[in-house]
Design a protein around this ligand. Sequence first.
Ligand code: IMP
Length: 422
Amino acid sequence: MSNTILVGAQWGDEGKGKIIDFMTEQADIVARAQGGANAGHTVIVGKTQYILHLIPSGILRKRTTCVIGNGVVVDPIGLVEEIDGLLKAGIDPKGRLHVSDAAHMVFPFHKALDAAREALKGKNKIGTTMRGIGPAYGDKIDRVGLRMGSILNPKRFSEQLDQGIKRANAMLKALGAKPVSAKATRESVLKAARRLKPYVANTFQMLHEATAAKKRILFEGAQGTFLDIDHGTYPYVTSSNTTSGGMCTGSGIPPTMIDSVVGVAKAYTTRVGEGPMPSEDNVVGDLLHGMGREYGATTGRERRCGWFDAVTVRQAVMVNGITDLAVTNFDGLDTLPEVKVCVAYQVGSKRFDLQPTDLDVLARCKPVYETFPGWQKSTDKIRKWKDLPLNARRYGQALAKLTGTRLRFASVGPARSQTITL
Ligand code: IMP
């Protein structure tokens, strides 16, 4: 591996954290380039479970450097909490964690605005994670955001923060929501900012120098392809580019310096929040929820579940340039006598092999299924591809073929050791 991008090929929660953790063994640097604390990566090492929102999961390996790139929106208070959580677990990120001076910040008033705007949308709400992501990216695009580099000049930062609080409170009032306390916001943000000073760096320069020194970078994509602001099921998306191109703009590493793109997909489909999901099916939902699976790492919300949707993953392969597919959660389907795959959509007599852009049309799409025989054997203890039941192997290869890529990893459980390389 040299420079690799890892992206979610569905609607997020594909098990990226686990695959990244596995691939980190061959990386010198793990970088995030978009999203913020809306992500929740669960990594299990030995008996300990870590849930990371902003810090790349590479931090759990001692020799790995971690970068939070310019495209990420950083909640300074949340980041300090995460650092403290790591310190408690005996992991000191200082010297190994670098946050871009150009990354924008998320403040408590962004979260308040997130909630107020969702409330205003009523039944048309997006179902955001309430982490202030949309309002923070909104300020960035509106050119009124504050970047991490500002905290290096405390006087100027404090003035800019005051302006931000004023602006946000005016908007909150206009939305009929409660303004945030200027005093409490200032205190909590300035306290966090003081702690974060040693982590702020020019990560653009750092990444280019590292590449020149033949260091290998692994880009840790957050959310998933269909939550991308441009390529997702708009408006039921997040506010960043979650696809491979977003990793380039969000880090300053150009496409010509990327060697491979790994796409992660579950052996079935899940989605949190609102928006169309053609292969949604209660049979899959009841099965997985009954096993205690598919509850969100960030919000605890029950995820919507359905069969593997080859239409979406096929499109994800195209938009991201996925060279290798990682299929996770094979073990979730272990008990089923038959497993379905949505191979196309149908509206009336019209068939779609790719997602229609018009959301109303997508909402009317009916799945066209192909049925595969199940394997009805538990797979969670299997460590080699050749030892998986034949029907599970056939199913995995069919998913790669239907989506136009190569199967590279199969995951049969949440632990690092439960990852099979082909
Ligand atoms: P936001 O990113 O909090 O603005 O939420 C926008 C949409 O993206 C909502 O449907 C969220 O549920 C979804 N979303 C955001 N982050 C994640 C994630 O990491 N996994 C799955 N869904 C996510």
